[in-house]
Design a protein around this ligand. Structure first.
Ligand code: FAD
Length: 342
């Protein structure tokens, strides 16, 4: 079987690694960026507790990619409200290097975003792992995404490093947040996403002026937060099937897609010949996402009511409390209430 993997992000790299080991498959990757410009546009934060296992499956050691091991995330909620979240496994890691190591020895065509027709004539199956772009799948009637901007920066002296650990500032109505994620040795990712488009650029510019630094690069892209349930079809009925953010595997509360997209790729590898089971398993694995998405939507539109929607909030809390290692942080009901009150 000839398989094209279109898009070499976390999902595509994992697929290339795992499918290349299968002798019944000839897998070829396509990445629209040139090799020297290939990037991983993302703040690079994840939970090492989960990534260790998926990285090991690829024959690699996640510890070699960790840049900063978090102890505490300071969350500014505005109006003098603040929470400190204890971290238990949240790290920043060299996402690009891990992608590059996962695809070592596999066949990748860089600088290529092939037309769907061309891929259809050359391959038996096209995997759309193009993330936000979703180029090879039917357009969605409804989707929601958050525009984001990000800088990689370097602080040249210890004195002007703004924070020594993870820092977030939530925007009103939970429409997004600003992040400062340390990358070790004075480097950091600073960026922001805001559904209302009001705060993110403004806040990042303000931060850059306040804390003088060397700008290494600027990038950004939207992140899809509508869940898999709202990102169907996963399969176009011909040859294309989606894996990763292209089918909504991003945790809407955090805009966190590295682990979900890797898990999605793993579900695909395990069900390579059974798309129905793959679809079922994706919807089952991410079954909390529609509720979390609804919560964010209600917050943004001002329709969230703590009394009426308390059970929803409680379900989200229980999900995260039961999966603290998965999220790499301590989850407390008091923090959840504070965060949801902005
Ligand atoms: C600014 C920002 C910060 C983020 N920070 C975090 C974070 O700290 N932690 C976290 O867990 N998640 C974060 N996310 C979300 C996370 O990055 C994504 O959800 C995750 O990377 C999705 O993985 P993916 O492989 O599905 O898609 P992507 O990682 O987006 O990869 C898609 C790849 O496809 C390529 N491509 C696109 N179109 C085509 C085409 N037509 N042909 C060929 N190639 C194509 C792209 O160049 C890219 O390399 C962030 C997102 C953004 C935008």
């Amino acid at each position: 079987m000839k398989i094209a993997v279109a898009g070499i992000g976390v999902a595509g790299a994992y697929l290339m690694n795992q499918l290349s080991d299968n002798h019944d498959i000839h897998v070829v990757g396509f990445e629209r960026m040139k090799e020297e410009e290939h990037d991983a546009v993302c703040a690079w934060a994840t939970s090492k507790n989960v990534m260790v296992d998926y990285t090991r499956k690829c024959g690699l050691d996640f510890d070699n990619y960790i840049l900063h091991d978090g102890k505490k995330m300071s969350v500014d909620l505005g109006e003098s409200k603040h929470v400190d979240i204890g971290l238990r496994g949240m790290v920043s890691y060299d996402k690009l290097k891990l992608i590059q190591d996962m695809i070592k020895g596999t066949e990748i065509n860089y600088g290529k975003a092939p037309k769907k027709d061309n891929l259809e004539s050359d391959f038996d199956l096209i995997i759309d792992s193009t993330g936000f772009h979703r180029n090879y799948l039917p357009k969605l009637d409804y989707e929601m995404w958050i525009p984001c901007v990000q800088y990689k920066v370097k602080y040249n002296s210890n004195n002007n490093i703004p924070y020594d650990d993870f820092y977030l500032k939530g925007f009103p109505s939970m429409s997004g947040y600003f992040w400062y994620f340390p990358l070790g040795n004075g480097y950091a990712h600073i960026g922001a996403g805001d559904f209302t488009r009001k705060n993110h650029n403004l806040f990042v510019e303000h931060f850059l002026k306040k804390y003088k630094c060397e700008i290494i690069k600027k990038n950004g892209r939207p992140v899809r937060i509508s869940p898999p349930l709202k990102s169907e079809p996963f399969y176009d009925g011909r040859k294309s099937i989606g894996v990763g953010e292209s089918i909504g595997t991003v945790y809407p509360l955090l805009g966190e897609g590295i682990i979900p997209s890797t898990i999605c790729a793993d579900l695909f590898v395990n069900n390579l010949n059974d798309f129905k089971t793959y679809r079922k398993q994706v919807l089952k694995h991410f079954d909390i996402y529609p509720l979390v998405f609804k919560f964010i939507l209600m917050k943004i539109t001002g329709t969230f009511n703590l009394v009426k929607n308390s059970l929803d909030l409680l379900r989200i809390y229980h999900h995260m409390k039961n999966n603290q290692d998965r999220y790499g942080m301590e989850v407390k009901i008091a923090d959840m209430m504070k965060v949801s009150s902005i």
